[in-house]
Design a protein around this ligand. Structure first.
Ligand code: PLP
Length: 289
C-alpha cells in the first residue's frame, strides 16, 4: 500500500454547513441493526459521508437468524434511486441484499439510466449477498442467473465471500490456485475488479483476500480476527470501499482501506442478543480510539 492517506483510516470530511460527499446503498434492512442498510449508514456516517438509501427488502432478523423478509416492489426500488440520484447526486453506490431477480433487473436498469456502474461516472460496488451467516437465504436461488448476467457486468468491483463464489462461479475455493481461478471467472462475467474474500482459507490465523482486474493480482492478507461477532462484515467492507471510491481512491487502495476499516471493526466487535453480534464501526467514536 503506497498511499499515505490509508494510514489513519480517515477520509476527507466536510466542514459544518458544507455538503459532504454522498454515497448510495441499495440494500435490505436488518431489524437487528447489525448488517444491511444499518451497517452501511453507520460506516458512511463514521467516514464522514452522507448516505442515501434504496431499500430492497425488510428483513425480520435478530442475532440468531433471519425469520423472514418482505421484498419491496421492484419499481419502488428503482423509484428510490431515480428520486435521490439526480437531486442529491452520489459519488459512488453499492448493492447488498437484492432478494429477487425482478429487483436485480430493476436495479440494473436504473443503474444504466442514472450513470452508475463500471463504465459510467459513478462507481458501483456489488456485494452479491446470497444468504446470512446463519445460512438463511437472502436471494432467491433462481435469481443467480440474473445476478451473473445483469449486475456483475455493471460492477466496478464485486466482493463475494467463498459461499457466494461457489454459487456464482461453481468454483470451490480451497487454495490459492482456486482462489485465482475464481477471481478470473468473476472477471470473465464482466466485473472490472473481482475481490475474492478468503475468510478461513489457507490458515486459521489469516484472512487472505484476492483482488484481480484481468491483469494484476493484489493480495490483502490481514490477521484473521477470531470473534464470534462478525455479523455485517461483508456489508461493512463493501460500504467502506464505496466511501473510498467516492473520494477518488483507486480500487486497490479503496479495498485496502476498507479491509483495514473492517479489521478495526472486528477487533471492537461486541456481543448482542443470544447469537452473533455485529462488527463495530463505532470504534471510531469510542473513548479509547
Ligand atoms: N441481512 C441483510 C439485510 C444483509 O444485507 C446481510 C448481508 O449483506 C445480511 C443480513 C447477512 O449478514 P451476515 O452474513 O453478516 O449475517
Amino acid at each position: 500500500m503506497t498511499d499515505s492517506r490509508l494510514s489513519d483510516l480517515r477520509l476527507p470530511t466536510a466542514a459544518p454547513g458544507i455538503t459532504p460527499t454522498r454515497v448510495l446503498t441499495i440494500a435490505g434492512s436488518d431489524s437487528g441493526g447489525g448488517a444491511g442498510i444499518q451497517a452501511d449508514l453507520r460506516t458512511f456516517a463514521l467516514l464522514g459521508l452522507h448516505g442515501c438509501v434504496a431499500v430492497t427488502a425488510v428483513t425480520v432478523q435478530n442475532s440468531v437468524g433471519v425469520q423472514g423478509f418482505q421484498e419491496i416492489a421492484p419499481e419502488t426500488v428503482a423509484a428510490q434511486m431515480h428520486s435521490v440520484v439526480p437531486d442529491i447526486g452520489v459519488a459512488a453506490a453499492k448493492t447488498g441484499m437484492l432478494a429477487s431477480a425482478p429487483i436485480i433487473d430493476a436495479v440494473a436498469q436504473a443503474c444504466d439510466e442514472l450513470g452508475i456502474g463500471r463504465d459510467a461516472d459513478v462507481p458501483l460496488v456489488v456485494d452479491p449477498v446470497c444468504a446470512s451467516m446463519h445460512g438463511d437465504p437472502l436471494l432467491a436461488s433462481e435469481a443467480l442467473d440474473t445476478l451473473r448476467s445483469r449486475l456483475i457486468p455493471l460492477a466496478t468491483v464485486v466482493t463475494p465471500n467463498l459461499d457466494e463464489v461457489r454459487l456464482i462461479t461453481g468454483i470451490d475455493v480451497v487454495d490459492p490456485a482456486s482462489q485465482r481461478s475464481a477471481a478470473q471467472a468473476l472477471h470473465d462475467l464482466g466485473a472490472r475488479w473481482a475481490l475474492v474474500k478468503g475468510g478461513h482459507l489457507r490458515s486459521s490465523d489469516h484472512s487472505p483476500d484476492l483482488l484481480f482486474d484481468g491483469h494484476e493480482f493484489h493480495e490483502f492478507d490481514h490477521p484473521r480476527i477470531d470473534t464470534g461477532h462478525d455479523h455485517g462484515a461483508g456489508d461493512t467492507l463493501a460500504a467502506a470501499t464505496a466511501c473510498a471510491l467516492a473520494h477518488g481512491y483507486s480500487v486497490p487502495d479503496a479495498v485496502g482501506f476498507a479491509k483495514r476499516w473492517v479489521t478495526r471493526g472486528l477487533q471492537a466487535a461486541y456481543p448482542l442478543g443470544a447469537g452473533h453480534g455485529p462488527v463495530n464501526p463505532l470504534w471510531r467514536v469510542s473513548v479509547q480510539s
